[in-house]
Design a protein around this ligand. Structure first.
Ligand code: FAD
Length: 490
């Protein structure tokens, strides 16, 4: 790859001399690497796209020697600014390290960090295996990014999150030494579990170059249901009522009344015949056909007692139609205003009704457009604030309401992020989650592993005010035709 030197610092000169063929300083490459899906841009000095593992180590050694910040990047689909190079320096883009192999007998996949999640899933399904974590961004996000954010998705309610499938990680310490945490084995009780310390650390404690994943058996069939409920509290009983019947849905998605009305105005039709503006659940069962049939009967009889209206997909095409309702939530909201904050808060299942009532109150009292939808099977609801940036009064009301929401979530025993992470977007609220000892322990770990503060500086610990930044009006290559947090089916 050819590069034009824009700044002739000693670090950049050394970088070009050691890794020249994988370094770019072209204006286009620098611009593309300057922002992620949060759209706040900070120009880097160079973009490095290694093709071999040892190049990652070489880059980190140079970065420490010349004190240059390094921000690791997969697809840049982070919604929190975690992949944006806040302090400039070098972007380490791993998207070209994208080889993987599957061992069918061991039910293990070994993938380089830049593998796109949907590619890995498709290949696993070819041999009747299954990689369940399915962030809605799976068609473009990378397994390295998923590990760094401990990505979730729609099927977590039954199958768990990325962490539950990672057996081993290989990569580099911030200071450039190669390490491997864990093994491909099903069990591992040998030494400190630094594999799990890396998972969810948002690229601040190391660079993952290879991930070893355990795979499940592919479920043979699925049934999809959409149902409308008289009120939100009744719908949010499902996470208790279904397990009490012995049912374990693979999808349990909630849309509040406001979101459903928004979808109906957007499409110009009601989502279920005969009812309008009522909260919805999208439910899916999967597994062995006989078992799914039996569970479907039980679920149908529960819905007959509790739901106002219901539809059960009789074919894949009908299932797609039901999914379309959930997918439309985000685009329908986007039509309302030019700014959308998607807060992926998580609370204990029992506190979801309080959370949704609180959001309803905020909407009314602060006169805001706020909709809630998401993964009610694991308490991870996405609260979406829509406002126009140029309307200072409305933007300020949204900012205040966001702070109130975060305080409420913590009060309810929840967390300010269930799957997207802190990045830059939530640094202001992170201290709500930790006492001094906890906060200091996390910072001590960072200082120990990264004494020069090279990796992803400015994230997690440092208060950042996204409100004061102007987002870029640009798209990333994967963005064409994609709406935020839609379930994208493979
Ligand atoms: C439309 C849309 C839908 C989404 N839906 C979901 C969803 O359902 N569930 C969910 O959890 N998230 C979702 N996300 C958020 C995002 O896709 C995930 O956080 C994903 O894990 C990021 O992967 P990436 O490859 O794009 O990583 P990037 O955005 O490039 O990076 C994210 C973070 O990981 C670090 N990182 C990346 N690669 C590595 C590596 N190899 N080693 C160390 N650190 C690394 C970066 O430094 C950064 O801190 C969605 C985003 C979009 C745009």
């Amino acid at each position: 790859m050819s590069g034009e030197i824009q700044e002739s610092g000693a670090g950049l000169t050394a970088l070009l001399s050691v890794l020249g063929e994988v370094v770019s300083t072209t204006e286009d490459d620098l611009r593309r690497a300057s922002f992620d899906a949060m759209k706040l841009a900070f120009p880097p000095e160079a973009v490095v796209t290694p093709t071999a593992e040892e190049q990652v180590g070489q880059l980190l050694v140079l970065a420490n020697e010349f004190q240059v910040p390094v921000t690791t990047r997969g697809a840049g689909s982070s919604l929190t600014g975690s992949a944006a190079p806040l302090k400039g320096g070098w972007v380490l883009d791993l998207s070209r390290m994208n080889a993987f192999s599957i061992d069918r007998d061991e039910r293990v996949c070994v993938a380089q960090a830049g593998v796109v999640v949907a590619d890995l899933q498709a290949e696993a399904e070819e041999v009747e295996l299954f990689y369940p974590p399915d962030p809605s961004s799976k068609k473009f996000c990378t397994i390295g990014g998923n590990v760094a954010c401990n990505a979730g998705g729609l099927r977590c309610v039954k199958y768990g999150v990325t962490r539950d499938y990672v057996r081993a990680l290989a990569g580099f310490l911030p200071t450039g030494e190669k390490v491997r945490w864990g093994r491909a084995t099903r069990k591992f009780a040998t030494g400190y579990n630094l594999r799990d310390l890396w998972i969810g650390s948002e690229g601040t404690l190391g660079v993952v170059t290879e991930v070893t994943l355990g795979l499940a058996l592919k479920p043979a069939c699925r049934r999809t249901f959409l149902a409308a409920f008289p009120d939100e509290a009744t719908a949010l009983e499902a996470p208790f009522a279904l397990p009490a019947l012995g049912l374990q849905p693979s999808i349990l998605e909630f849309l509040d009344q406001w979101t459903v009305s928004c979808v109906e105005s957007f499409t110009g039709k009601t989502v279920l015949d005969g009812v309008s503006g009522l909260p919805l659940l999208l439910i899916e069962l999967d597994g062995h056909p006989a078992q799914v049939e039996e569970s479907a009967e039980q679920l149908t009889s529960w819905l007959e007692k509790t739901a106002v209206a219901r539809r059960i997909a009789a074919s894949e095409e009908e299932a797609e139609e039901l999914w379309e309702v959930r997918r439309t939530g985000s685009p329908a909201m986007r039509k309302l205003a030019n700014t959308k904050l998607n807060e992926d808060v998580v609370v204990p299942l029992r506190r979801q009704v309080e959370l949704v009532s609180f959001v309803n109150l905020l909407r009314e009292e602060r006169d805001l457009r706020i909709g809630t939808f998401g993964h009610c099977g694991d308490g991870n609801l996405h609260v979406n604030f829509m406002y126009d940036r140029e309307d200072e009064n409305e933007a300020e009301r949204a900012r205040v309401a966001l702070g109130e929401l975060m305080k409420k979530v913590v009060e309810l025993g929840g967390a300010i992020s269930g799957e997207h992470g802190i990045g830059l977007a939530k640094t202001e609220f992170a201290p709500l989650m930790f006492n001094d000892a906890e906060w200091e322990t996390m910072q001590a770990i960072k200082r120990t592993l990264d004494p020069n503060g090279i990796l992803n500086p400015g994230k997690l610990f440092h208060a950042f005010r996204p409100w004061e930044q102007v987002p870029v009006n640009e798209t990333l290559p994967w963005e064409h035709g994609v709406e935020e947090c839609q379930p994208i089916k493979s």
